[in-house]
Write a protein that binds this ligand. Sequence first.
Ligand code: ADP
Ligand code: MG
Length: 724
Amino acid sequence: FDALEAVTKADDKLTERNGTGKIDMNIAKIFGENCLSIDTLKERLPKSVWKVLKKTIRDNEPLEFDVADAVAVVMKEWATEKGATHYTHWFQPLTGATAEKHDSFITPNQGGGAITQFSGNDLMRGEPDASSFPSGGLRPTFEARGYTAWDPTSPAFIIDNGNGSTLCIPTVFASWKGESLDFKTPLLRSVEALNKQAIRALKLFGEEELTWVNATGGYEQEYFLIDQEYFYRRPDLLTSGRTLFGAKPPRGQELDDHYFGSIPERILSFMFEAEKELYKVGVPVKTRHNEVAPGQFEIAPVFEKANIAADHQQLTMITLKKVARKYGLVCLLHEKPFAGLNGSGKHANWSMVTSKGQNLLEPGDNPHDNRQFLFFFTATLKAVHDYQGLLRASIASAGNDHRLGANEAPPAIISAYVGEQLEDVVQQLKKGEVTGSKDGGLLGLGIPVLPTIPKHAGDRNRTSPFAFTGNKFEFRAVGSEQTVSFPTTILNTIVAGAIDELSTAVENKLSGGADLESALREVFKDTYTEIENILFHGDGYSDDWQKEAEKRGLLNLKSTLDALPQLTDEKNVKLFENYNVLSHRELESRLEIYLEQYFIKLNIEAETTEDIVRTMIVPATIRYLNEVIAVNDRGKTTGLDIASTKTLAEEVNGELANLLKAVDKLREVNEDLGGDTIPEKATHLSKVVLPEMNKVREIADKLEKLVPDDYWPLPSYREMLFVK
Ligand code: ADP
Ligand code: MG
């Protein structure tokens, strides 16, 4: 009730805060204001230095060490002008979050004063004592050295929290032995693999002059917002990011009235400010709307080169969380904060772009005739087919287990949807006879004053985990909280592998005397005969699809534990080693870390469940029971007929007994770790502890409907989701 009271005043606070002033949203002025853009570097660097650096930034050429000194001078100048006093190497350790350790520019001088200094060495290399980051066995604690190294392809930026500013320099993070301890290194390596193979393939199509090919990423982010008054009264949200209890409210998302609805005032104010903060650091966010569940929203940017887009995605998550707090809100990024309502995901839109700015997945008006498009399109589908298991593993997490296959997110089976027009082209290619492309046609609405609009050549299918959407693929099964770097790394690598294979096949036919036209025709025909079973256009949520997929021999890796071992599957290890993206040891380390994270997350949830039951729900229930029994007793002395209170007491007491029994059982199984190794522990939690947790919750949720509101210690779903 305190929380409710506070929440209803939130709008007043907002008015107080904003006054009559508006957020200054002069986009031309603020966009990139705190981001060290290529233009600024060019302007400020000596010409000779800029020329060398440009080659690294634009054309992926190796960086020369002496350039760093000159860049460091410019960077420090620019940053101090913007008020920065500190700098940090900003990196992505294997926790999935970002890490920063701040150093000031200060250097004491002999006269007892101080000057600011920042050298090429400071820029290029950092050495955080990294022994507390997960390394999955790559770096025993006695070999604690970890290095961060500047990634010149992703722009530095300044984070200003109102009290001061820090220059953030995107870096990779590796062990003393040069093994990657982060998500950025393999992402950059995978871009390189893709670059190499795509450049080679494009030569087949007469493209000789390209300097690079890069992956592009556009990442849509879903999230929930709730009032902080509720958040701090929910230990489960605090410790595990999701509600471990909560009876279904009488009204959930059934009315479908929230999706794309008018955005509530406070939320809209929050969005403006979050977007402004993102603009400042150069993140091109573009789209905002309400999502399906009450309290759920989405933000999406304009796509960029994958490495930059991935950094910007991290910044987006950080900024959403930070700015929410200013509005008395908390941003929940967990995949499934509320049972019974849609969870949150990320759509990873992906394509490839050349140094001439050409999108390799742009079909044009006549896709059947666009051989180059068909080549890259086919390669992507082949990659998805050949490495379904890897794609599935790239999105496996305890949180995402609540979504995948749960009729609100794509199923755990990986398949691809390409739309009617391209499905038809694929069928033609498979036959080896290509005649034409079906037209999208015009959308006629029968209203003379409205113009007819050209339709897309294919509909959408939101149940597909991997869909072709016009001129890009959309990987829709990514979890809302996870870093996009890993799924993008996997995509880049598997597509590089498929381009490699297809190129070899075509090259062999060419050297056997075939012309390009017939070589391609044969390769496409063979490929689609082999991979056709990955294409699925029906309802991915249906039971029929589960059976059909099994018949087709597609993988159905239902849970994280089923999916993760794919990372060290022999074929997959070979692929990663082939393209120098991740070594066997690096893959093993990731498998270990992901399993460990899975185990730790579930373990925290189980302990929190127990705590909440024993210290909050049981005491509240006893207080209420005590009151009911007291009335019952008083009935006897007053002679009133209150027999019904006895039934009520029995009911409450019965559930209380069930709850105590269930929570004892939960403690028992959670104390037993199930073995000594991480896989054993993870399996134990998934197979034994999780079901007991669910049983506890079920009883507690029944009690929530019996025990009066003013006794119940946790804010309810009804309150958290509907009071804005
Ligand atoms: P929808 O998901 O409704 O189809 P959009 O067409 O606006 O929405 O695209 C969604 C996301 O896809 C946006 O973030 C957009 O920038 C991104 N996107 C568009 N084209 C590409 C591309 N070539 N490569 C990567 N992402 C892209
Ligand atoms: Mg989308």
